[in-house]
Ligand binder design. Structure first.
Ligand SMILES: Cc1ncc(COP(=O)(O)O)c(C=O)c1O
Length: 396
């Protein structure tokens, strides 16, 4: 089937979503994707942040192949039955995540599910301990997923819905200004209008991905979070996009001195396969069996891929990474680590830039209203990064 026909059929069959239907991807390797004619493109957004170590990483591919060769394709519902691949992944997650006390892990299938689990932990914990805390603080420009209230529909077991889960999330959301490095916004000052004794948690990105690659000012962020922690608010960074070395450290939290109570992970953690993970301080854990679960969380093959992705992260060549950050930040000064942006005057100008880049062999994705994000694999060869940037320089 030729590319044009395939895109036509995809458009006909797919529910309207985020696709642009102009480009078929037929394969991917390292920092490249290719179309069905064999033309190669730099994947300059690492497939929306899912391939921070490049596509088809040899170590991850090898682990997946060995698993399939030995065990075949099967599923174990990890939240119902333990298995060694899940325990190994949990051990690694407990080792790498920057939570100070004992930790527990919930495995799921996507970022949005990781955030849902975090919200349920927060709600259940406060329902048991301080039920007036029903406010969740978030920043303007935030993006945390797309799920909508399946829990509210349930009518089978009481344990699914008791307490705060009765009619879907009863949470009240209060938006604060993001402490953007490029603005003077001071969310701490905005708290004077917030009834702090009712605040349950703050959920936030350190670099807002969908929101435009907006980077938090470390001092204002720390001041806000330290204050919130002192008044009993749970600190919940969403590192689904910023994690796995995207910003230059394994988690962006580490650069900001943030100690999470709960951390949400996904995207590149799966090494190319779908995953979500919610790591929590163990004192926050649910107290009843069945309060939260799912069917596909802890799939053995995915656990194998994610365990290897963590190994790849732990063995990353830091010298190469630092050089990549230097080169990318010279080209695109705004952002953090390997998560950077270019701003445009209009949507049309942004889209024209992206179209030109695609034509010349660099795949880009937008961010915010008028920005483009630059997020090549963090381990891309230095020479290839420079080559891709040289192409982008000709696209203005
Ligand atoms: C920061 C952040 N949180 C959550 C999500 C949702 O992840 P998923 O699309 O895997 O549900 C995304 C996805 O882009 C994200 O960037």
């Amino acid at each position: 089937m030729n590319q044009e026909r395939l895109c036509e059929l995809a458009k006909k069959y797919s529910v309207t979503s985020t696709q642009d239907f102009s480009f078929e991807i037929a394969g991917a390797n390292g920092p490249f994707v290719r179309d069905s004619s064999g033309k190669r493109y730099y994947d300059f957004h690492s497939m929306v942040g899912t391939a921070n170590f490049g596509h088809n990483h040899p170590q991850i591919r090898k682990a997946v192949r060995c698993f399939v060769r030995e065990y075949g394709v099967f599923h174990i519902a990890g939240n119902d039955y333990p298995h060694k691949w899940m325990v190994e992944l949990m051990q690694k997650l407990r080792y790498v995540t920057p939570i100070n006390f004992g930790k527990k892990v919930f495995l799921s299938n996507s970022g949005t599910e990781a955030v849902e689990a975090a919200l349920k932990v927060v709600m259940d914990y406060h329902f048991r301990n301080d039920p007036k805390r029903t406010i969740v603080l978030v920043f303007r420009g935030a993006f945390h997923g797309r799920t909508l209230g399946a829990l509210a529909l349930n009518a089978s077991k009481e344990v699914h819905r008791r307490g705060f889960f009765q009619s879907g999330p009863p949470l009240k959301i209060i938006h604060l200004s993001f402490p953007d490095i490029n603005t003077d916004a001071d969310p701490l000052a905005e708290l004077k209008d917030v009834p702090l004794e009712k605040v349950a948690a703050i959920v936030f990105e350190i670099v807002q991905g969908e929101g435009g690659i907006n980077t938090a000012d470390p001092e204002r962020m720390a001041a806000l979070l330290n204050f919130l922690r002192s008044v009993g608010v749970l600190i919940v960074p969403d590192e689904i996009q910023t994690g796995m070395y995207r910003t230059g450290t394994l988690f962006a939290c580490e650069q900001y001195g943030i100690e999470p109570d709960i951390i949400c992970l996904g995207k590149s953690l799966g090494g190319g396969l779908p995953i979500g993970a919610t790591v929590i301080e163990e004192g926050l854990d649910f107290q009843e069996r069945g309060r939260h679960s799912n069917t596909f969380g802890g799939n053995p093959l995915i656990c194998v891929a994610a365990s290897q992705a963590i190994e790849v992260a732990l063995n990353l060549n830091k010298t190469k990474l630092e050089r990549n950050i230097r080169v990318l930040s010279e080209f695109a000064p705004e952002g953090l680590g390997m998560m950077r942006r270019k701003r445009f005057e209009s949507v049309e100008a942004r889209n024209a830039y992206m179209a030109k880049a695609l034509e010349k062999g660099v795949l880009l994705i937008g961010s915010g209203e008028k920005n483009v994000r630059f997020m090549p694999p963090v381990n891309i060869e230095n020479s290839l990064l420079s080559e891709a940037i040289d192409i982008l320089r000709t696209c203005d």
